[in-house]
Design a protein around this ligand. Sequence first.
Ligand code: NZQ
Ligand code: ZN
Length: 385
Amino acid sequence: MKNFTYFNPVRVYFGKGTIARLKESIPAGARVMMTWGGGSIRQNGVYEQVASALKGHPVAEFGGIEPNPRFETLMRAVAAARSEKIDFLLSVGGGSVLDGTKFIAAAVPFPGPEPWDLLSKHTPVRAALPIGCVLTLPATGSEMNGTAVISREATREKLAFGSPLLFPRFSVLDPESTLSLPPRQTANGVVDAFVHVLEQYLTYPAAAPLQDRQAEAILLTLIECGPRLLASPDSYDERATLMWCATQALNGLIGCGVPQDWATHAIGHELTAAYGLDHAQTLAVVLPALLRHQKQQKGEKLLQYGERIWGISSGSEEQRMEEAIAQTEAFFRSLGVRTRLAEYDIPAEGVRGIGARIEARDGKIGERRDIGAEQIDAILQACTK
Ligand code: NZQ
Ligand code: ZN
């Protein structure tokens, strides 16, 4: 196991009725800006619950943060927050609203003229407004981490940044607020959480048996709960299970001291930037092709994954690895998430050049830093079949 520092300052309020805990969590006298998305919180009662918990606080609002939150939209919020002297941000919505809020938090006190530098030049975050979160969509893990992913319309970029200063001070996780999610977003959440675990688990052995077992626990729970949830979308218990799985999948714990991949995410972000696919849709397309391409490098963990998660114990090593990948792809498809670019009408020529763009920006990617332009293009070509 490698050395590591584990840091997670987020206070989590989990369960029914926990939105009321906002009352005691927002500092007295704070000038709060509540951020939200396209309006789902107005339809499912979350907005009213937040408004009632915040009675007595001066609250400004910034609505309209879109899925895959855009820099252009967020800069309008930054201007409003500066002019209204906001000193606390409350994100109410899914991962996009929260990621957008993290950007606003860092951009408001940003000293230079161009806050996009936080993403494009990795300029460190030196100050940030405090953030609170009411999460309505379990998927990203953003509620318990310090990362955000922001898109820029003008340049068709989708980039990530992060800082310990961007962890929410608290996150309210009330599974009841997720009962209104449509099947597509529910399935997206299962796939995103599943792939977050695999990006940290399916690499190479690192003498970290506890992290392996923790990761496997999340995978097995997602495999049980995903189909049940789609069959019984009104089940509070299944909603709660998914919500806690998604948080655990990307709060840093299972990644302690182990190699991490993140190539599927890097490639997926480019597909969202170019074609607007949902984040999880890109992952379901890229992951199976990436695993097939990296089979030898990931061999030991792929066999372990196949045996412990899918019960695959017979056949040659090659057959067992292929079976593990096929089961993963079938799981995504069973949730109604497509796994081939052709199913989104994206042709082979539509993804050429993505590899060169990623390598020019990030260098080679993957846990062994052996996935460059050529490999990415080969993976994407396999996704088109
Ligand atoms: O905008 P509203 O009207 O709220 O509707 C949203 C949106 O249309 C809707 N929704 C959210 N909660 C709902 C609901 N509809 C009904 N009932 C509810 N309770 O769902 C749609 C999608 O929301 P969005 O926030 O975009 O989804 P998600 O939470 O999956 O976030 C995706 C974004 O997070 C980034 C992705 O790249 C993408 O930009 N990620 C962030 C990460 C992080 N910060 O650590 C890691 C992830 O890998 C990911 O990259
Ligand atoms: Zn993700």
